[in-house]
Design a protein around this ligand. Structure first.
Ligand SMILES: [Mg+2]
Length: 160
């Protein structure tokens, strides 16, 4: 059950010590979308989040978003990320390793130099750990989430 344990935890993406990650050799940051960067089924992430992503990218990090959600439902979200030059992997099927591999290939970064940041143990943390990334669990932005996610959280609690 070691694979469901995150390497680190943070209250939100704004509370992560990115400088420390850089010093550990982390060069790529993969973010979950729903309830990590933005609200589930809401519009694009906030201006504050856009600013953070721009700052991280200016500091030298390569960034990508990896979501189990579908592109077709979210044109304004896609616009937000393409405006920032951040690739998004939709329908990633986390925790399967394929989406993580695709994202890292797009960024040209080895998994050992990458971190996965997300709010779910059974998709983000498990998947990130299986793919060989450094994993950071953040608290979900909102209690609103899909039925599938709610089920995953029940399972999470049971596993703990
Ligand atoms: Mg999420």
């Amino acid at each position: 059950m070691n694979h469901i344990r995150p390497r680190a935890r943070a209250r939100s993406i704004h509370a992560i010590d990115y400088q420390a990650l850089w010093e550990k050799g982390i060069r790529a940051l993969l973010f979950d979308l729903d309830n990590t960067l933005g609200l589930w089924r809401a519009g694009p992430p906030s201006a504050r989040t856009a600013e953070l992503l721009q700052r991280l990218s200016a500091a030298g990090f390569k960034l990508a978003v990896i979501s189990n959600g579908r592109l077709c439902q979210r044109p304004e979200v896609l616009e937000f990320f393409s405006g920032l030059g951040i690739p998004v992997i939709w329908r990633a099927r986390k925790p399967l390793p394929g989406g993580f591999r695709r994202a890292l290939k797009a960024l040209g970064v080895d998994p050992r130099k990458a971190a996965m940041i997300g709010d779910q143990v059974l998709t983000d943390v498990l998947g990130g750990n299986l793919a060989g990334l450094y994993t950071i669990l953040v608290q979900p932005l909102s209690p609103h989430e899909s039925r599938f996610t709610k089920f995953n959280r029940l399972l999470e609690r049971w596993l703990r």
